[in-house]
Design a binder for this molecule. Structure first.
Ligand code: ZN
Length: 392
């Protein structure tokens, strides 16, 4: 860009349209040129007056910049101006849905708008029933607040029919497709008609997380880990392992503060910096779920966050008892279909309890799924800023 500006400055200097009268005697007939293409033949003695009135001593044209500026330049310099970002006609910048940009003649704007170009950057949004819309980026937040989604995978999945055909199915129709025997592509096989629960582990990753992951993977189970940003930075390889093994990684703030006693903007910073840490550790995954520390979240913060706020229906109180059997009993004595179970992967006793809880739940017919899978198979899409304690 800087180079263009320098070249342009040189051009303007070299070819500046200082009227040239040398070489003409006052009674010669000479042509003068207007920027709109008119030519007149005048007595050379009148030339000064013509030049002052906006006529030129050689053929000139108006050039146009993308930002609306115009410039009158000698015709012989037109190619040089074209090379540095000027145009022979008024132009406009158009945007495509996939991020491309195109500069076209302003006169052709309508034709381009008719074939999928836009006058501002846009984003395609999706609804759970398959509707789609393309809106200006400035409107995206307003749409996201009323059940539109920016990511098609948040509202649809590729499903596979019993005879192997693949089809993208929107969330509103999952239940119907399940009834036809379809399964979700690339997922563990989950039967939506059978009970399922979501084990969740908070405050990690820690030195105890790998033992929990070993157990979950051994049994083909999944869980959700609500991780604290500064622990993710300390143990990024554990976050990566969990993510790669099909676990869901949720956001549990950066330093585990009480959101009820801090400003909304400070809380949002806690959430944002944790998403960055998780994205860095996983190779780009941005958590879709948030669990506030202590389950504390104000209405004001709820209204501002981009994620659903995931709470729990069974509190094992593993952090208080630090006793594997009490943790095991608190789960097995009350578990039912659709529960979200709260534990913490920062205690050896919780890792120990997991080794009993996981096979026991499977033995009883529960499928162990992530919170997002629970939402998916229960056909209950999660919405930003809404609190969930169970998904049934
Ligand atoms: Zn916590």
């Amino acid at each position: 860009m800087k180079k263009h500006i320098i070249i342009l400055a040189l051009l303007i200097f070299v070819s500046s349209l200082v009227p040239v009268t040398a070489g003409h005697s006052n009674d010669e007939v000479i042509p003068v040129y207007a920027a709109d293409g008119r030519v007149e033949y005048i007595m050379s003695g009148d030339a000064e007056a013509y030049y002052k009135a906006g006529w030129y001593s050689e053929p000139v044209s108006t050039m146009y910049a993308l930002d609306g500026r115009t410039l009158v330049v000698p015709d012989r310099d037109i190619p040089a101006y074209l090379n540095v970002g000027w145009y022979e006609n008024p132009v406009i910048l158009l945007y495509s849905e996939d991020g491309r940009q195109l500069i076209v003649n302003k006169a052709d704007t309508e034709a381009y708008l008719a074939v999928g170009w836009y006058t501002e950057p846009v984003k395609r949004l999706y609804a759970s029933d398959g509707r789609q819309c393309v809106v200006g980026v400035s409107q995206v937040d307003a749409y996201l607040a009323v059940w539109w989604y920016a990511n098609i995978d948040d509202v649809s999945r590729i499903m596979v029919s019993p005879d192997g055909k693949e089809e993208r199915v929107f969330a509103s129709y999952y239940a119907y497709y399940f009834s036809l025997g379809y399964t979700i592509k690339n997922s563990r096989v989950i039967d939506p008609s059978k009970p399922m629960v979501a084990l969740t582990y908070d405050d990690g990753p820690s030195i105890h997380t790998n033992r929990i992951l070993d157990c979950l993977q051994l049994h083909g189970a999944a869980a959700t880990f609500f991780e604290v940003g500064n622990n993710v930075v300390n143990y990024p390889q554990i976050t990566k392992r969990a993510f790669d093994a099909g676990m869901e990684i949720g956001n549990h703030s950066y330093s585990h503060p009480n959101f009820n006693t801090m400003s909304v903007s400070a809380a949002l910073n806690q959430i944002a910096s944790t998403s960055v840490a998780i994205s860095n550790a996983t190779g780009g995954y941005v958590p879709r779920l948030m669990r506030p520390p202590y389950g504390n979240i104000t209405k004001e913060l709820c209204a501002k966050i981009e994620q659903p706020s995931i709470h729990w229906s069974i509190d094992t109180r593993d952090w208080a008892t630090r006793n594997a059997w009490q943790t095991i009993n608190s789960v097995l004595n009350s578990v039912k279909d659709g529960d979200i179970i709260l534990m913490h992967d920062v205690y050896s006793q919780t890792a120990e309890a997991t080794e009993t809880i996981v096979p026991a739940l499977i033995e009883r017919g529960f499928q162990l799924v992530t919170v997002s899978e629970l939402s998916l198979y229960k056909n209950q899409p999660l919405s930003p800023g809404v609190k969930y304690h169970s998904i049934r």
